[in-house]
Design a protein around this ligand. Structure first.
Ligand code: ARG
Length: 412
């Protein structure tokens, strides 16, 4: 780009804000805008329609990246292996999509000779941090800009701009929600949900049906190989297909609706509604297969690693050294997480009813109370004697000092 204008690659969704941002960035900065729409399985409009709209709104180039399989395999599957639920509830829907979108933005920046990357986030959320930290982790030379945050592109300004320039986009002042969705789930915020006493109304949901009056129970058998679902009811599936099928089947049963007040990276507590039927059902199945196949000490430790992994990913650290090292740990734990989980999907719940694995650590002969018992109970006496020794010494000392535990009068 010797003489030409500077170029900026914009993460384009096809919605009002990013459509207006194309012309707005041009006016405010003099840069040319290359629009990049990344398909992470958000559904909705045809991506070619989205691409054409970007051109109609003044983009010099517009480009669609089909990242659905990449997102499912390289982002959703690691989240599944980590049983990732931020604050024990949120399956990181938006948090895992920002790194993959960023990757495609950086790639486009290189391809189209851009110096800057732009995104449509506000200055109050996590996603601005995720985009910018991801981008700088891959391409420290690229600059970033957020028109809503940095160029005063408020919603009212956007609506007026779109009307004035006859942009081919619906402008309405009363769409109550801010929504982000992809194949791993859907996030809904703002509007009346900002009053945390208000219950979500029916129109909030789209991936899930109301679990109050569910259809008949749906039994499913999911086969995992090293922590990844590879077949459903005997039919081989790709990670993307596994998520899509479970979204459909668990969604029909109203599984995976989440309503939570969450701690944002920027310090705000915010009320979020999520629906992630496939993710929640798959995590439930995966966790149970781990219960059967992962050794006790490793399983206990992994729980802590999983939690930390989720926090890092939530906190915009997808490409960080610690996250990468924890990935290696988690990958190692999945060596034997192979086998089948049977679940009943019904009325908002995914309930495990059976497990089967060649690499199971469950030993029937050790566990059984019936004949065939191979566990020598006489060993337990000596084990408890030594295991309880330090507690006994401490208790005896308490007695000597007159501080023995009072268990009350009467017959014990
Ligand atoms: N609070 C969630 C997160 O930070 C979801 C944000 C999604 N954005 C939205 N416009 N609803 O990961």
């Amino acid at each position: 780009m010797a003489q030409g204008k500077d170029r900026v690659v914009l993460a384009y969704s096809g919605g009002l804000d990013t459509s207006v941002a194309i012309g707005w960035i041009g006016e405010q900065t003099g840069m040319e805008v290359v629009a990049v729409a990344v398909d992470v399985g958000q559904g909705g409009e045809d991506m070619q329609v989205v691409r054409q709209r970007a051109l109609d709104c003044g983009a010099v180039e517009a480009y669609v990246a089909d990242a659905r399989d990449e997102f499912a395999t390289e982002y959703c599957m690691p989240a599944l292996k980590a049983n990732a639920l931020y604050q024990d509830s949120y399956p990181l829907v938006s948090a895992i999509s920002r790194p993959v979108i960023s990757k495609h933005l950086v790639r486009a920046a290189r391809q189209f000779g851009a110096t800057t990357v732009a995104h449509g986030c506000t200055g109050k959320g996590n996603d601005q941090v995720r985009f910018e930290v991801s981008i700088t982790s891959m391409a420290p030379d690229l600059k970033t800009i957020a028109p809503v945050r940095d160029l005063a592109l408020t919603r009212d300004v956007a609506i007026d701009y779109a009307n004035k320039h006859h942009l081919p986009i619906e402008t309405t002042r009363n769409n109550p929600f801010s929504i982000d969705q992809n194949v791993w789930g859907r996030a809904i915020e703002t509007g009346f949900l900002e009053d945390i006493w208000n219950a979500p109304t029916k129109d909030v949901y789209n991936y899930t049906d109301d679990p109050t009056y569910p259809p008949l129970p749906d039994e499913v058998v999911i086969h995992f190989e090293k922590g990844i679902p590879t077949a459903i009811d005997g039919r081989p599936v790709t990670p993307l297909e596994a998520i899509q099928e479970m979204n459909r089947r668990a969604g029909a049963q109203g599984i995976g609706r989440i309503d939570v007040v969450e701690d944002r990276l920027v310090g705000i507590k915010s009320r979020e509604i999520y629906e992630a039927p496939g993710a929640i059902a798959l995590i439930a199945a995966h966790k149970e297969l781990e219960n059967v196949t992962v050794e006790r000490e490793l399983a206990r430790y992994k729980k802590r690693v999983d939690e930390r992994w989720g926090e890092l990913v939530y906190d915009a650290q997808w490409f960080s050294p610690l996250k990468k090292a924890l990935d290696a740990f988690i990958e190692d734990t999945q060596e034997y997480v192979t086998g089948d989980i049977r679940m009943t999907l019904h009325g908002g719940r995914a309930t495990v009813t059976g497990r089967r694995s060649e690499s199971s650590l469950y030993d029937f002969n050790l566990a059984t109370y019936e004949t065939g018992d191979s566990f020598d109970q006489s060993y337990s006496r000596g084990f408890i004697e030594i295991y309880g020794l330090s507690a006994r010494l401490a208790a005896a000392r308490d007695v000597r000092f007159g501080k023995g535990l009072q268990v009350g009068e009467g017959s014990l």
